[in-house]
Design a protein around this ligand. Structure first.
Ligand code: OXD
Ligand code: MN
Length: 618
């Protein structure tokens, strides 16, 4: 019997009702449940999903209620553990509009290809209608999305990652400005897995996956891919950036955003604990966001940022009391753990580097019971590396409000005014610890040049550069050249109120391959210089590539033995030959990887290259 989607609807918005009905008619669920966000409804869903038999792929488990109250555990299929960039598409009407960094298919063709896959995909199941707000519900910067899904795991994750529930529909009213997300696990068939954005239709279709990054449609799909496209058309920006606040001893707080490619420590920087000396002097660091920033000019002409998310979807392995005390603390209640290992002795979770010793009585991430100590000393034949109990991309989904250093401005509808924006990558050489752009256009160039260099430890191939412009390569929802042009336009609009732009590199190595900068909490010393530059409190050295700290201007109090003046010289060195190579590589990148493949590189960025080169040749 046909289902009337209006039954139990939480909105009278006809556009929403028509679209939900259309999707119900296509997916043919047995039942439709509108998610109001109430505790009663969530408790009911948790009861349902934890009552499933152990072999059910949708099963979630309760954990130790004393040590991890309200926390849940889930395992995904072994073929479904990460984002799938090769199966992620931007379907704009023309291929040129998707540009060279995206997979593309004509929208009509893609709808035709996927429609039969969705047809009847929810038979025997429930479709959940999830209304959510990205950003504080009352914020002028935030936006509404609706996700339809057949997964309770998705509902529970969306409850942590977004402001989920009826208030989102109230914000939307009769407007048509909502992002339509349709997700079905279907058969979790990797050959039929598609993560598709239709930016011109405000629509996302995700099928045959149940892994967070592919199915929490609010995150990469909406808040970056669709939102970057909306931002271009509406005069704002969606960026892959953390947002943090540094409170100075006088109580004044300066806000900074930073974009780094994966595995470069974004969550760690967002939740940094300053070194002893700074703490004693009264400095504090607050987290506004760890992954995504939406930025819009405010009434005073400055650039304001909100974190559109409401939680952290973080990589678990490597997180511990020392590496990120605040992130770990955020996982201690009402969190969801996916593909980590279990310590069966007390029904808690474990992952590599959480503690020194793995649990003896363990369940590894695919569900096998093992002796954790013996298991982790075995070699995995496929990788040639030691076996791990947790999947390397295992995750925690944690409510932002659990984070001890969450900014009091986290929920501020106006957002926070941004003083500085930072780009960075993992570079063994060439790029100094920190430098500042001459102006916004040069800063945009620096963003376009973000790249990470593989190290011997990571891959065996040293010095291979992976370009990841603005750390947004997998997330720009349109032509990367137009995206750079949009950055330039924003700079023009902001004029002298624009944030200052910096580049950092925590990963510079000495001749023996040792990292020269201690990183983690000591990165505060670099943030300190950046803030002083924004305030006009400190001079800088003008070099061919930008403004660098003058000798002695990075505060090394307490780490003088570790970072000697010689090491500091190396950290801040600008090697002319290496920089000439860098410039040549950027020309090649613009020409071969972007322009030759349909990317419209703005002339202003090519001019920056020319100017840097001329200065290097002087
Ligand atoms: C993430 C990512 O999960 O960038 O945040 O891959
Ligand atoms: Mn990310």
């Amino acid at each position: 019997m046909a289902i009337d989607a209006k039954q139990g609807a939480l909105t009278t918005n006809q556009k929403v009702l028509d679209w939900v009905q259309e999707c119900v008619d296509l997916c043919k669920p047995d039942k439709v449940v509108w998610i109001d966000g109430s505790k009663e409804q969530l408790d009911q869903l948790i009861e349902e999903v934890t009552s499933l038999p152990d072999g059910d792929p949708n099963k979630m488990w309760h954990l130790n209620e004393e040590k991890l109250p309200g926390c849940l555990y889930h395992r995904t299929a072994v073929n479904d553990v990460a984002r799938v960039e090769d199966r992620t598409f931007i379907c704009t009407r023309t291929k040129e509009d998707a540009g060279p960094t995206n997979n593309w298919m004509d929208p009509k063709e893609m709808y035709a290809k996927l429609t039969p896959m969705y047809d009847g995909a929810m038979k025997g199941q429930t479709m959940y209608v999830i209304p959510y707000s990205m950003g504080p519900v009352t914020s002028p910067i935030s936006k509404v999305g609706v996700e339809l899904t057949d997964s309770i795991y998705v509902v529970l994750n969306m409850n942590i990652m977004t402001r989920m529930g009826k208030a989102a529909f109230d914000k939307l009213g009769d407007s048509n400005d909502f992002v339509r997300g349709l997700h079905s696990k279907a058969d979790v068939d990797p050959e039929k897995r598609y993560i598709v954005q239709f930016p011109e239709d405000n629509t996302i279709w995700s099928i045959n996956s149940a892994y967070g990054g592919n199915v929490i449609l609010s995150k990469k799909c909406f808040a970056l891919r669709i939102a970057s496209f909306q931002g271009k058309n509406e005069g704002w920006m969606a960026e892959h950036m953390l947002i943090l606040g540094v409170q100075k001893p006088n109580g004044d707080t300066k806000y900074i955003t930073a974009a780094f490619p994966s595995a470069c420590g974004k969550t760690n920087l967002a939740m940094l604990i300053p070194p002893e000396g700074y703490l004693k002097n009264g400095y504090k660091v607050f987290t506004v966001g760890d992954d995504i920033a939406w930025l819009k000019p405010g009434k005073d002409g400055r650039l304001y940022a909100i974190n559109p998310e409401n939680g952290f979807f973080g990589v678990a392995p490597g997180t511990n009391e020392k590496s990120n005390y605040n992130a770990l603390a955020a996982t201690k209640k009402n969190a969801i753990f996916t593909n980590v290992a279990l310590d069966n002795s007390d029904n808690t979770v474990w992952w590599e580097k959480l503690t020194k010793e793995p649990p003896v009585d363990a369940t590894e991430w695919t569900g096998k019971k093992v002796n954790g100590v013996e298991y982790t000393s075995e070699i995995d034949e496929k990788t040639g590396k030691k076996k791990t109990l947790a999947h390397p991309n295992s995750r925690f989904t944690a409510p932002a409000t659990n984070c001890p250093c969450l900014s009091p401005k986290f929920d501020d509808p106006e957002g926070v005014p941004i003083s500085a924006m930072i780009f960075g990558g993992r570079r063994a050489s060439t790029t100094p610890l920190v430098y500042q752009s001459f102006d916004w256009t040069h800063g945009t160039y620096m963003g376009s040049a973000v790249s990470s260099e593989t190290t011997a430890a990571a891959t065996g191939a040293v010095g291979v550069l992976r370009h990841d412009p603005m750390a947004m390569k997998p997330f720009i929802g349109y032509n990367v050249g137009d995206y750079w042009a949009h950055w330039l336009e924003m700079g023009e609009k902001l004029g002298d109120k624009a944030p200052k732009i910096f580049n950092v590199n925590w990963f510079k190595q000495d001749d023996n391959g040792n990292f020269m900068w201690p990183g983690f909490g000591d990165n505060m010393r670099v943030l300190d210089w950046i803030i002083k530059r924004c305030e006009g409190e400190v001079d800088a050295e003008e070099t061919a590539i930008g403004y660098l700290p003058k000798k002695g201007d990075i505060n090394l109090e307490g780490i003088e033995d570790e970072v000697t003046p010689e090491i500091m010289d190396k950290l801040l060195d600008v090697d002319t030959d290496l920089w000439k190579k860098e410039i040549a590589e950027m020309r090649r990148y613009y020409d071969e990887d972007i322009a030759a493949k349909g990317g419209r590189v703005p002339q202003a960025l090519r001019d920056v290259l020319d100017k840097i080169e001329a200065r290097l040749n002087k």
